[in-house]
Design a protein around this ligand. Sequence first.
Ligand SMILES: *Cc1c(COP(=O)(O)O)cnc(C)c1O
Length: 408
Amino acid sequence: MSAAAAHRRAMGAPDDLVRCPLMPTYGAPRVQFVRGEGSWLWDREGKRYLDLLSGLAVTSLGHAHPAVATAVAEQAATLLHVSNLFGTEHNAPVALALDRLLGGGGQVFFANSGAEANECALKLARKWAGGPQGTYTVVSAYGSFHGRTLATLHATGQPAKHEPFQPLPAGFRHVAWADVGALDAALDGSVAAVLLEAVQGEGGVNPAPDGYLREVRDLCTERGVLLMLDEVQTGLGRCGAWFAHQRAGIRPDVVTMAKALGNGVPIGACWARAEVAAAFEPGDHATTYGGQPLATAAARAVLSVMEHEDVPARAERAGARLTAGLLDLPGVTAVRGWGLLLAAELSVPAGPVAADLLDHGVVVNAVTGSALRLAPSLLIADDEIDHAVDAVGAAIDRAVAAVDGGGE
Ligand SMILES: *Cc1c(COP(=O)(O)O)cnc(C)c1O
């Protein structure tokens, strides 16, 4: 048995997972989920878990939402795919809804993931700026996350992740997060665009400080460079606004999104102001699957439910309740984030607490060594929030007891 397989078996993975020939890009799975409903998941043994992670901010309407399930099932039995050589039913309605939620005046390209939505933005910025003339650099922030393709990996401001994959595509530059002066200094004549998250998600749930995005907007306008917001994790209600940048009262030139748009069906989108989008001509960019009927049927149902439920307001209310509950726990030193994209800073290491919570039927993730990320369904009920707070409190208590007892 390989070391990885032995590890999986030791972690209690079922036998078919032990033998499964998956590349070792992910850690050994500890649980296999087979079913979900709302905020809850069930594993193979029938054990129930409260899902406070939503598949990394994807299932914002909870699992197996009936409207989405019906739309997907009906579409699967009607038409799955014809290619972008032809029109399909849901493309325009979904694009119109997204454009409306973004304030209008833009156009949309459909992709299949967050990284692909960002690839579209990066190519658009180069085409818009006339890349061959030497204006092609994209400036992003340290601590950011923009994807795992070669270009989006280079946009990701985490040098340790770059190292094994050099050389990466040229034309990327990183500056300190939340430092307008550093950004100002980086905007030389080679720069086409600035790419930022409004809340750095993978980087530890770091919201833009007050005034930062507005100053960045002014700076980009003054220098004639595009401001592109990566809302792949923050978008579609998660942060208490349709898009997190709207909390800062700014209008970006380009916005990318993905995770919550299909509630689990892969889809990404890149929106750009129409004057910027006009830089693309037929043949400049394409994808086989992007915008195909299954994905857009799901997105159409998702957006319809989201508007009906007013998910930004729900996220804001639920986020306030969750934050207040967590702050009442002795082992929580701080809570940061917007809406229902939160990080709870702990007085004990977060990794073991997250593992212990999973054992006790609660799904969270340790977004840093000392913080748990909480990104539950935007439709989470008050009693589920209270259950979450109690569970996190009990897990911290067990961790503290283990530290106290471990010294003897
Ligand atoms: C998850 C994420 C991505 C990458 O999305 P994929 O669908 O995994 O390619 C890009 N940007 C941000 C901010 C993300 O959170």
